[in-house]
Ligand binder design. Structure first.
Ligand code: 13P
Length: 339
């Protein structure tokens, strides 16, 4: 393992003014997104859609890396250049989702554990040869009555650490993603308590399994009210609670924290990130690794029609630029209509 090279990849993933596009929806998930726009989820439609995003003019001004699904890693752009090679030519780092999804955790009351460790060493070596320089593994933690259990937190943290060590052995930077879901009517305080426990357990597991912390990127949820909560906390409260929780748990060696959007609206996710960066400087870069918050508007603008490609790219460019501004706390909601 060459820690210096892992560290320089991690630094590039959270380069100033840039963030990561999560475009790694599994085939069933992208199928749901396409169903919402009445578009059939064929392999070619998925390629066309992702090609639209990646070929958006000047996108490398705002986007440092893209997380791909395995199918996309092996697809090509319209000029027959494999997507990882195309992205690399733009100065964008290709990454790969390597987990096999959250599955029912045996012996739990409806909780999940993320699977995908079997054969991971061999898969990572294949992904590296295809150009992937970072990976993603998403653990899912549910808030509910008696949830999460210590059992679910420990099991997911252990798997995240096993994945991380295997990635670093393969010279691939692991994105460590413990997502505390926003689903439910819980308060921001409850989200804080759970996120705090999860992050504490994850960093303990990473330490036990010899993960080099300067060669990872953390991808956490924000500390936020449940999506069905009454009186949801405002932007400033989410920002200060999230920064406070991260400051307690994330060692300074970690180069960057790239948030997931987790079901927030595109505008909320940008406003929260900007407000957190306004509270800086922080010991780590505070960036984005959004899926829905970057893609919802371009996906709708495209709606599966070739004549809408330019419109879709315009929306994607706008969201990327506004999130880029949020990296330095310079986003303002009025910018939404000014564009
Ligand atoms: P969202 O931003 O839509 O939560 O997706 C990010 C992601 O990569 C989830 O694993």
């Amino acid at each position: 393992m060459n820690v210096e090279s892992l560290n320089s990849i991690a630094q590039a993933m959270v380069a100033p003014n840039k963030g990561i596009l999560a475009a790694d929806e599994s085939t069933p998930t992208i199928g749901k997104r396409f169903a919402n726009i009445n578009t059939e989820s064929t392999e070619e439609n998925r390629r066309t859609y992702r090609n639209m995003l990646f070929s958006t003019p000047n996108i490398s001004d705002y986007i440092s890396g893209v997380i791909l699904f395995e199918e996309t890693l092996k697809q090509s752009n319209d000029a027959d250049l494999l997507f990882p090679d195309y992205l690399t030519s733009l100065g964008i780092i290709p990454g790969i989702k390597v987990d096999k999804g959250a599955q029912k955790l045996a012996g739990s009351n409806g909780e999940t554990v993320t699977e995908g460790l079997d054969g991971l060493r061999e898969r990572l070596s294949d992904y590296y040869s295809l150009g992937a320089r970072f990976a993603k593994w998403r653990a899912v933690i549910h808030i509910g009555s008696n949830k999460p259990s210590d059992y679910a937190i420990d099991t997911n943290a252990h798997a995240l650490a096993r994945y991380s060590t295997l990635c670093q052995e393969a010279q691939i930077v692991p994105i460590v993603e413990p997502e505390v879901l926003m689903d439910g009517d819980h308060s921001l305080e409850r989200c804080y308590e759970v996120t705090s426990k999860v992050l504490g357990t994850v960093f303990e597991a990473l330490d036990k399994q010899n993960v080099a912390l300067n060669g990872i990127i953390l991808k956490p949820n924000m500390v936020i009210s449940g999506s069905d909560a009454n009186n949801r906390a405002d932007v400033a409260t989410v920002a200060s609670a999230t920064v406070n929780c991260l400051t307690k748990h994330v060692p300074e060696e970690v180069p960057g924290i790239a948030f997931l959007s987790g079901g927030q609206t595109s505008e909320e996710a940008t406003a929260h990130l900007s407000s957190m960066n306004e509270l800086g400087p922080h010991p780590w870069q505070l960036s984005f690794s959004y899926g829905r918050a970057l893609q919802a508007l371009p996906l709708k603008a495209w709606s599966g029609k070739s004549e809408n490609i330019t419109l879709g790219q315009k929306e994607f460019s706008k969201r990327s630029r506004l999130n880029s501004l949020a990296r330095t706390g310079n986003y303002h909601p009025q910018m939404e209509s000014a564009d």
